[in-house]
Design a protein around this ligand. Structure first.
Ligand code: CA
Ligand code: CA
Length: 112
């Protein structure tokens, strides 16, 4: 059976000047990090290395990227959208975001 592995998150431009406190959501549920509210990411690549659960072949995957904030409402930074239709990888998916957002991120994943 094929599994989708989320390999890493690449930060090119953070939303905040002192870097972002990131978490990921799929279908309304937080999927990363598992045991904390968020993880502070650095510029460049952060290894994630987890298997995407409860997904099926042919699914359209929409992983939301969020920035945790301590004193205000958390910021929705954008969505990584891809399809589980062809095996292989690693693939890189860029963040699609609203034009007002500055943050630039990519997600690396594979499906094999
Ligand atoms: Ca923020
Ligand atoms: Ca923040």
């Amino acid at each position: 059976m094929l599994t989708c592995n989320i390999l890493s998150l690449i930060c090119r431009i953070p939303d905040e000047s002192d870097l972002d406190e990131i978490y990921l959501k799929l279908n309304g549920k937080k999927i990363w990090p598992e045991s904390k509210k968020y993880k502070s990411v650095k510029m460049g690549k952060t290894d994630l290395n987890f298997i995407l659960k409860d997904v099926n072949h042919g699914d359209k995957i929409e992983i939301e990227l969020w920035d945790y904030d301590f004193i205000s409402v958390n910021d929705f930074l954008g969505t990584f959208t891809f399809y589980l239709d062809e095996s292989g990888g690693p693939f890189t998916t860029d963040l699609s975001k609203k034009s007002s957002q500055v943050a630039s991120y990519s997600l690396e994943w594979k499906y094999d």
